[in-house]
Ligand binder design. Structure first.
Ligand code: FAD
Ligand code: SF4
Ligand code: SF4
Ligand code: SF4
Length: 381
């Protein structure tokens, strides 16, 4: 059975749960709000299958072709409604046009989970980064079943893609996997608390939450809470949820020692924001957002070639992507206040948590960027 030592390194990818022939493993929510696998010893027959397939216990170095691009969707609406350059939507539209299924993270009753869609009207729910861990539930079994007849695009953070590939064991020609460059995932417990406090303070219900509202720019994005009677928009640097996310106190423990950084990629394509693009390729800068696109496999390249007519793009080197995006290569550093934060989350309100644990340095830099953006806009008029 799964080695007890995995403990904090477990990403919650659900591969072991799905592979167990005796249904002996279930995901249980811990005090931290993250889910971990728990084995029912009465059902377990010690076949060790879970241990053999766990992608954390069986890390392999995957070869990647590492062909890199920067790019944005040509369609301005897609640019504006996606987190970076909208490459995910371009690939998703291609799969849906070919009668395929797209699987990604969406909010259902303010809980984030992976869902499957089959038509373009449903794509809006998947678009955009949501900064908390998504619940995979039974989606891996669904993928395996549907792969018998359908093309599938699966998108997730790298450990989720690694979990899916481990569960499937063999590669499927009709499965395209996209992963995101990943800073780490905060606990759903924090988002739940944050939403409850907004609803209480406003005496209203949250309808939608947008972590990457570009109405204030791509680099100076905002968070917008859409309530039934009003909308609250705050620069990410002023937003309490983002201050706690970016101080790294609320992340899953596995994120401090992540096995799925550059050099160990399971997905066909890796997508992220091309932060710092102005320093390297000014001519490719787009105020609505530019994606960093890393092609890891031959299959990824075939899909990229099939959709590139819908993109403005240019080849680049991996170093320029890493410079603005260290998360591609390295895990974030463990925050020494981590344990205290998870104690206090049960007692303190969000304001008090931010006072004690929030990232302070982001506010000044983002205010400066926002001011510079406003001045440039004004001068252009
Ligand atoms: C938790 C998290 C951390 C990230 N950290 C970085 C980073 O450090 N550097 C960087 O450059 N980029 C990071 N990204 C990725 C980046 O924000 C964009 O998602 C990426 O550039 C793709 O943008 P897009 O415009 O092509 O697609 P988008 O329209 O933004 O679509 C993104 C896709 O990601 C899926 N998704 C959204 N949230 C989650 C989630 N919580 N779990 C699994 N799948 C999800 C959605 O279903 C959607 O299909 C992160 C994303 C997330 C969710
Ligand atoms: S050892 Fe086999 S039966 Fe036991 S939990 Fe793991 S997969 Fe299930
Ligand atoms: S990393 Fe995935 S497969 Fe390994 S123990 Fe955790 S949930 Fe199971
Ligand atoms: S940092 Fe690594 S372990 Fe954490 S969510 Fe991202 S891919 Fe998974």
């Amino acid at each position: 059975m799964i080695d007890k030592k995995i403990g904090n390194k477990c990403t919650g990818c659900t591969a072991c749960v799905n592979i167990c022939p005796k249904n002996a493993i279930t995901m249980k929510t811990e005090n931290t709000g993250f889910k971990y696998p728990v084995i029912n010893q009465k059902k377990c027959v010690n076949c060790k299958l879970c241990k053999k397939i766990c992608p954390v216990l069986n890390t392999k170095k995957n070869k990647s072709i590492n062909e890199c691009y920067m790019g944005s969707a040509k369609n301005e609406n897609i640019q504006k409604t996606s987190s970076s350059g909208g490459i995910f939507s371009i690939l998703a539209n291609y799969i849906l046009d070919n009668n395929g299924i797209v699987i990604g993270a969406a909010f259902v009753d303010n809980k984030l989970k992976h869902i499957a869609i089959t038509n373009k009207d449903e794509l809006e729910q998947l678009k955009g980064s949501k900064y908390l861990q998504s619940d995979l539930e039974d989606i891996f079994k669904f993928v395996k079943y549907k792969l018998k007849e359908n093309k599938i695009l699966f998108v997730g953070v790298p450990c989720q893609v690694a979990g899916l590939k481990a569960f499937l064991k063999s590669d499927y020609d009709n499965l395209l996997c996209i992963e995101l460059i990943c800073h780490g995932v905060p606990t759903p417990k924090l988002f739940d608390k944050y939403v409850k406090e907004i609803e209480k303070n406003e005496n209203d219900k949250l309808v939608k939450y947008n972590f990457r509202d570009k109405s204030t720019g791509w680099e100076t994005y905002s968070n917008t809470a859409v309530l039934s009677k009003k909308e609250i928009t705050e620069l990410y640097s002023e937003n309490n949820y983002m201050k706690l996310f970016l101080s790294d106190v609320a992340l899953r423990k596995s994120c401090f020692n992540c096995n799925f950084k550059l050099g160990n990629k399971y997905a066909d394509i890796t997508l992220g924001d091309f932060w710092g693009i102005k320093n390297y390729y000014y001519e490719m800068y787009n105020e609505n957002g530019v994606s960093a696109i890393i092609i890891n496999t031959k299959k990824g390249k075939e899909y990229f070639d099939a959709v590139k007519k819908n993109l403005k793009f240019k080849e680049c080197n991996i170093e320029s992507i890493i410079k603005g995006n260290p998360s591609l290569k390295k895990s974030v550093k463990y925050n020494k206040n981590y344990e205290n934060f998870f104690r206090d989350i049960n007692y303190l309100n969000i304001d008090k948590l931010v006072e004690k644990y929030g990232a302070k340095e982001i506010t000044l830099l983002a205010r400066f960027k926002n001011l510079a953006r406003k001045i440039i806009k004004f001068l252009r008029k």
